[in-house]
Design a binder for this molecule. Sequence first.
Ligand SMILES: Nc1nc2c(c(=O)[nH]1)N[C@H]1C(S)=C(S)[C@@H](COP(=O)(O)OP(=O)(O)OC[C@H]3O[C@@H](n4cnc5c(=O)[nH]c(N)nc54)[C@H](O)[C@@H]3O)O[C@H]1N2
Ligand SMILES: Nc1nc2c(c(=O)[nH]1)N[C@H]1C(S)=C(S)[C@@H](COP(=O)(O)OP(=O)(O)OC[C@H]3O[C@@H](n4cnc5c(=O)[nH]c(N)nc54)[C@H](O)[C@@H]3O)O[C@H]1N2
Ligand code: SF4
Ligand SMILES: [Mo]
Length: 676
Amino acid sequence: MPGVTESIRTTCPRDCYDACGMIVIKTDGVIDRVKGDPDHSVSRGTLCGKCTLAYNAEWRDPKARLSTPLKRIGPKGQGEFAPISWDEALETIAAQLRPILAEGDGASVIQTHYTGTFSLIGYAFPLRFFHKIGATEVDPDTVCNKAGHAALEAIFGTSMDGFDPRSAKEASCILVWGANPSASAPHIHKHWLAEAPGKVIVIDPIRHPTAEAADLHLQPFPGTDAALAFALLHVIEREGLLDQSFLEAHVSGWEDVLPTLTSCTPEWGESVTGVPAALIIEAAILYGRGPSLLWLGQGLQRQRSGGAVFRACSLLPIATGSLGKPGTGFLYLNGTDSRGINPSYLPGAHLNPGIPLSLSHMDLAERLEDADQSRMLFCWNNNIAASSPRQARLRAALTREDLFTVAIDLFPTDTTDYADIVLPAASFLEFDDLVCSYFNYSVSAQVKASEPIGESLPNQEIFRRLASAMNFTEPELFESDTAMLAALLKQTGLPLDFAALSVRGTVDFREEPLIPFADKKFATPSGKIEITSLQFEAAGLPRVPVPVVQPRPAEGRLRVLSPASPWLMNSSYSNVEKVRAQSGPADVGLHPLEAQRRGLQAGDSVLLRNETGQLTLQVSLSERIPPGVALVHKGRWPKLDPSGANVNVLNGGERADMAESSSVHSVEAELIPLTN
Ligand SMILES: Nc1nc2c(c(=O)[nH]1)N[C@H]1C(S)=C(S)[C@@H](COP(=O)(O)OP(=O)(O)OC[C@H]3O[C@@H](n4cnc5c(=O)[nH]c(N)nc54)[C@H](O)[C@@H]3O)O[C@H]1N2
Ligand SMILES: Nc1nc2c(c(=O)[nH]1)N[C@H]1C(S)=C(S)[C@@H](COP(=O)(O)OP(=O)(O)OC[C@H]3O[C@@H](n4cnc5c(=O)[nH]c(N)nc54)[C@H](O)[C@@H]3O)O[C@H]1N2
Ligand code: SF4
Ligand SMILES: [Mo]
């Protein structure tokens, strides 16, 4: 007899530009299949390959998931645990926390979190608990995109009001700079970019599929983009494509940039970036004539000079007045504030008894070595043993017996292996929430499609229960999901409640495309765009943007790029068997000429090594990668690879030039053949 079938519309809450609409098909109350929503304008019926595999296997498999709270019974890092009840787990944590708080030492509780789930409540509600106890937050953006945010905020007063992708229909040019949509925004690559009427320019050292499909691909050596921006501006000025009236009315500091432009000819640009002068000229004219959209990737600023690069690249829309009009603007990440959401509501910083304290991921290993400054550690929504820099040093610090560690995840990761208590989190298929894409100005429902696996609980419920175990009384720590969903939707001003949104799946925040900066008002001290500012000087940067060129690696060394893999989502899905089959063994991609020069062939075993660490990898060859660069995708689980490490074992945690941010794409290493 055929079962009763129902389908539930929901949204993928991964840290992904796409925020795909999904359909969950259930038979007799049990999930059969998770697939793309055919009515959703981004996913159009298909999820990406990695989510299709993961959501239809390990993510719904009680044997693969963490299903009960666990307490450690073996040495730290070995992953030996025994199941315990929620009551025992929460009481054990509370018993550790109480004396620390009684001493007024909440700051020694370190908490790391990020975008394991990027749904609004699951991502941010637990921060209320950490504010209440005055914990030190490891600033999540420092491992990802903070330098770019800091530079854009200083210049425009915001980094989160990007162009509305719907305005592509009015743009004659789209410049994608240092992003790889074919991996990190697959549907946007496949549909939005492919269908945009304008010409597409991609600037990326790797000739990835988005670069290959573009009208123009400029392939600078990593770390030379600021110089490339100046060479483009030189041509824009020479061709009379500057918007003088925009510059005079809305910009401060342009006159200080002009003298530098004179010597930044396309030929000079070619000599420092490797991009042919003719291509620089062609791209400059295309962008300069406009209207043009500029997509600033997150990979672009993960450089030692990431702040300087963003400063220089931002000059393109400024100099050409490509802002505040249809078909113009830049996009980094589109924030939820622009959808009306009050940024202080969910995190509840007012609960903090002092000034909220934070720490860069670049300093996490060092902080965890200091027993006085780190007495307890919470890791949730984040897999630091795979994703953070100084991997070997961090893992050594995590073995400290006196560092009481709580890890909250869906899966037994390298990080949970070090925990004293592991708490099982429910997946997005198991609770209601909201998702706001950071590309499109949309609002989507994440709808509960099944009961949580085993005894797992959503992040927010875990922290409500922990607040209760601590006998806290602030009502904000116990707010229900229903109340928060209603409050958030009210803030957006959309005329629908959660039930109505669930039926639609995704709605546009506004019917017509938003045009940021249409009023030419900028939230900077002067109200103008500030090319020069005290904020840059305070960061130790020159007052005026400069065409910085990072030196090439010393003879014999390679620049290691470790961007997003099309098959992984940061470290997520590394444990998914079918994804592992697709990704193959841990490899280092080299240009065939680079390999030949070193006497290497595809499949050879090599050691990639620098002063921070070393990693055994298998050589793969690709003409997409320029000579001088080694491509090692991020996100593999260390414990599933023979080296017991991933590419972050080579990442010394050097800070970018702004905001204590990651410069992981500046890592360099030497390559040593192991077989021949
Ligand atoms: N070498 C190198 N390293 C990098 C980068 C790079 O470019 N190169 N990129 C960096 C960037 S951009 C980022 S953002 C970071 C990301 O680093 P992470 O934050 O570690 O990334 P994820 O693997 O997405 O998520 C972490 C964990 O959250 C878990 N999770 C999923 N859903 C939930 C949930 O609902 N609740 C809980 N509690 N857990 C959940 C997942 O199972 C996963 O183990 O990595 C950085 N690391
Ligand atoms: N499939 C998949 N999707 C993801 C993620 C994932 O891990 N997997 N991660 C998510 C997260 S957390 C983030 S932050 C985003 C990141 O997504 P993106 O913004 O696309 O960032 P990355 O993948 O780090 O790098 C993008 C590109 O930057 C290039 N790049 C590196 N250095 C330079 C440079 O000096 N100059 C220029 N011009 N380009 C450079 C790299 O070659 C790479 O092609 O993706 C999100 N989406
Ligand atoms: S990870 Fe991105 S592309 Fe894949 S299903 Fe989720 S939103 Fe879509
Ligand atoms: Mo990220």
